[in-house]
Design a protein around this ligand. Structure first.
Ligand SMILES: CC(=O)[C@@H](O)[C@H](O)COP(=O)(O)O
Ligand SMILES: NCC(=O)COP(=O)(O)O
Length: 237
């Protein structure tokens, strides 16, 4: 079964809008777990516009499921992850001013850098995943840098799903076949939603985990967080 890790960046965005502690990020994370969420994901950005570095430290103390920290491995991010020691770190090549993640790694051009960073995290006992486009060459490159898992960057799937879902999923099936052949674990995320998740999970062999934030929190405005978490779990069965 595919695990659901809920990305709580948007809860921090809402909290930060007023400068206080409403909504309470730690309580929301605990509630998500009690509703059935199987992991908590955060993506602290260098400007700390939503998740603050201190949130990562505080969440580590209370998250009972799998804690996944995503981000660009600049030195302060590496230091934070080594201090917090989440179960998983997901490396994302996003630029400082990016509105959201908008590209996967070029695992060939960044081979040396990724190999070093992955070694550092793995020697600290932290599972590694790297954010990649569904491109078999890039996935071969991911194997070469020593990562445990890849996270398939699903924005193109989510965008194309409405027009032609078979075409939208095709590169992801090929990418997953390649990753399975190479013995890489497969995660996925970005713009996954209640509408498109079931077809994705049904078609990707050995999909271990999805991390979902933007759509899930938006859907919860209408449907409630408890309900939405369970609707995802149903679709991931
Ligand atoms: C890595 C990824 O796919 C992102 O979706 C990310 O974790 C979300 O970040 P924002 O919430 O800052 O858009
Ligand atoms: N890794 C993807 C993630 O954590 C959530 O992405 P999104 O659902 O906010 O687009």
């Amino acid at each position: 079964m595919t695990k659901l890790s809920v990305n709580v960046n948007k809860i921090a965005t809402l909290r930060n809008a007023r400068g206080g502690n409403v909504p309470n990020l730690l309580k929301v994370a605990t509630d998500i777990e009690s509703f059935g969420g199987q992991g908590i994901t955060i993506h602290p950005r260098p400007d700390e516009r939503h998740i603050r570095y201190q949130d990562a430290r505080d969440l580590k103390k209370i998250v009972k499921t799998e804690f996944n920290i995503e981000g660009n491995p600049i030195s302060k991010f590496i230091e934070l992850v080594l201090e917090v020691k989440p179960e998983q770190v997901t490396l994302v090549p996003d630029s400082v001013d990016a509105i959201t993640s908008n590209a996967g790694w070029d695992t060939i051009a960044h081979k040396e850098f990724l190999t070093d960073v992955i070694k550092t995290f793995k020697s600290a006992g932290i599972r590694t995943s790297i954010f990649v486009d569904p491109d078999p060459k890039v996935i071969e490159g991911a194997k070469a840098v020593g990562t445990d898992r890849i996270e398939l960057y699903t924005e193109s799937y989510a965008t194309d799903y409405e027009n032609d879902k078979e075409k939208a999923i095709r590169p992801f099936i090929e990418a997953a076949k390649k990753a399975n052949e190479l013995g890489l674990g497969i995660n996925a995320g970005h713009d996954l939603s209640l509408d498109n998740i079931k077809y994705f999970a049904q078609n990707i062999p050995n999909l271990l985990e999805v991390s979902i934030g933007h759509a899930l929190i938006s859907e919860a405005l209408y449907l409630g967080l408890d309900n939405v978490v369970n609707m995802y779990l149903q679709r991931l069965k």
